[in-house]
Write a protein that binds this ligand. Structure first.
Ligand code: CA
Length: 366
């Protein structure tokens, strides 16, 4: 009985609606308003379709398209397709493209403070960074920092704790870093400088050939999943852990502010929400795939996997805190961000000592 009532109701409703449509059709010629399609471009700092990073940008574009029912369509360009890898920020600031996918620490030449929004050596993990960004002052401060450039940032990806990098020689003491020419971005670069090394900032796509030609002696990139894809095991002998310099690097989706504000409100929410989905999804992907890739590196390619010595890590730690404080002392924008970052870090560290850390230690007793 109920079902029949429901069906009858629906039919009656349809008839009513049909009646309405006819009426509207009589009164106006604009019944079926054509869907307005907006087309955007996204430039990225990654090679096109690169596992995890490039595909993360593709996912973001796909989600925006699907969630908007095709009203906002995004075409993704790999590094160098439209602009060079490190030209992404300018392209979005100038409105050449509406969207960019990359990492804030690449823009330390624009503002040193940008580095705090990717990763600080010995800073915070992915989980902690997201907590600071979404529920602390992180994203608010980041938005303020990019405002003068006409750019709105959203967190859009994370890889978890990275690896320490690929080296052709053993690192047994900090003296082994003296004179080392290494690709390392962000504040980790400042630490290497303090130890007498020469940091180089290169986009991912140029690392293999630079290492092969001897232009650099060592490189860090991301973790097993991405490092395997670039084939560094073919050139460098030793693979060090942990990635002290990038414990939870946040990727960014940057949006031209004018273009974003010109969107209908629901599409603005879709852009923001799609970024949030990709931010979480990428972390899950990397967590799953790093395990498999590490197994291949060690068991198939016979990579020499080793931890940095404790004394070296201790030195990295104290110089990292110094490097972050240096930036904050040089730049008033950075000071505000540094204070917020370090304040949140110390609070979350207190809690994680008795939760995440205590659990992980208990799960793998030494
Ligand atoms: Ca890295």
């Amino acid at each position: 009985m109920k079902r029949r009532d429901f069906v009858t109701g629906v039919l009656a409703g349809s008839a009513l609606l049909a009646g309405c449509n006819e009426q509207t059709a009589d009164n106006s010629s604009t019944t079926a308003k054509p869907k307005k399609v907006i087309k955007w471009k996204m430039v990225t700092t990654w090679p096109k379709d690169f596992p995890g990073l490039g595909t993360g940008a593709n996912n973001l574009a796909r989600l925006i398209g699907e969630m908007s029912g095709g009203r906002l369509q995004v075409k993704v360009y790999g590094a160098k397709d439209l602009v060079p890898a490190f030209g992404v920020f300018d392209a979005v600031a100038q409105g050449t493209t509406e969207l960019g996918h990359g990492a804030a620490y690449y823009w330390k030449g624009k503002s040193e403070a940008a580095q705090f929004f990717t990763s600080v050596p010995f800073g915070m993990t992915a989980q902690e960074m997201n907590a600071w960004l979404y529920y602390g002052d992180g994203l608010k401060l980041w938005t303020e920092l990019y405002k003068p450039f006409g750019i709105v940032p959203f967190p859009a990806g994370n890889m978890g704790v990275q690896m320490g990098g690929w080296f052709n020689k053993e690192i047994n003491t900090v003296a082994d870093l003296n004179g080392l020419k290494m690709r390392i971005p962000g504040l980790g670069a400042e630490v290497l400088k303090k130890l007498g090394g020469t940091p180089v900032n290169l986009p991912g796509g140029e690392l293999f050939t630079s290492l092969q030609s001897g232009a650099i002696d060592a490189t860090e990139w991301v973790g097993p999943y991405n490092d395997l894809a670039f084939g560094f095991y073919k050139i460098a002998k030793h693979y060090y852990y942990p990635g002290w310099h990038e414990p939870g690097s946040v990727l960014e989706c940057i949006v031209n502010e004018k273009a974003l504000k010109a969107l209908p409100e629901d599409l603005q929410v879709i852009v923001e929400s799609a970024c949030k989905i990709v931010n979480q999804d990428m972390l899950a992907e990397f967590t799953a795939k790093n395990n498999q890739a590490l197994d291949t590196l060690v068991n198939v390619h016979k990579v020499d996997l080793r931890p940095f010595p404790n004394d070296v890590l201790k030195q990295f730690l104290s110089l990292s805190m110094e490097a972050a404080a240096d930036v904050s002392n040089r730049d008033p924008n950075a000071k505000k961000i540094f204070d917020s970052f370090m304040g949140f870090r110390s609070q979350v560290m207190n809690y994680h000592k008795i939760s995440e850390q205590a659990f992980l230690n208990a799960r793998s007793p030494v």
